[in-house]
Design a protein around this ligand. Sequence first.
Ligand code: PMM
Length: 273
Amino acid sequence: MSCLVMGIVNVTPDSFSDGGRFLAADAAIAHGLELRAQGAHLLDVGGESTRPGAERVDAAVERDRVVPVVRALAQAGAVVSIDTMNASTALAALEAGARIVNDVSGGLADPGMLSAVAGTDAEIVVQHWRGPSADMYARAAYDDIVEDVATELARRIDAALSAGIPAGRIIVDPGIGFGKKGAQNWAVLHGMPRLAALGHRVLVGTSRKRFLTETLEARGGEATVDRRDLATAVTSVLAAQSGAWAVRVHDVAATVDALDVAMQWESGATWTS
Ligand code: PMM
């Protein structure tokens, strides 16, 4: 088992999980460096919130938010991914030193995205997505959710390949919480081996998401950020055990600790006295 940790660096005023504390570029850069010091292998910089109900942000506003942050973190030696649905933002971020484009729409939101990425040497994350966050729960109807997500991801892989992106540069993501309600997310996570069987690296993002809150609060009490971070560390270990290539998290320190412990457990099998 090995799994990379992707630390989240949100540069948005309305992110539900950090309350916009890192809006200023300097604060976002400092936060990214801190996550790196805590052991993040990748830093995912985003300037548009995808929280349920969120409205789209103008691409120019998004670009102005993220480019200085991407540039500074890349210059500091971090491997940076740019979380965007806009080809223009993706290209500006790659120009500033990002190496991965993380498109939660899997190339569906901007028809120019896949060909733009094909013209660079960047990697791309294609996430399972059925439509904008503003009304994404209206699309949460599935026959067999694992099979449906796998089939729809396979179509995005084909689109990326047709646009000219080599297979080795395509990463898939089941899009936890995107057009999926409560228990549907657990079903998708349980079906991770089916998604890994698509033959691409799999990125998984459960961090602080609503389905975790619902699970924790089912027993009563408030699902504080600390409780959600602990739950995220557990889901991250389980994702790693199910073949995830990387997990996308807010609390890097907790997830790095949890993965370390799980890996030691696994290495016990090869220990001799
Ligand atoms: N989740 C969010 C944003 N970007 N990208 C990928 N690849 N996978 C995810 O699960 C994902 C993402 C929403 O979470 P945030 O608002 O806390 O960043």
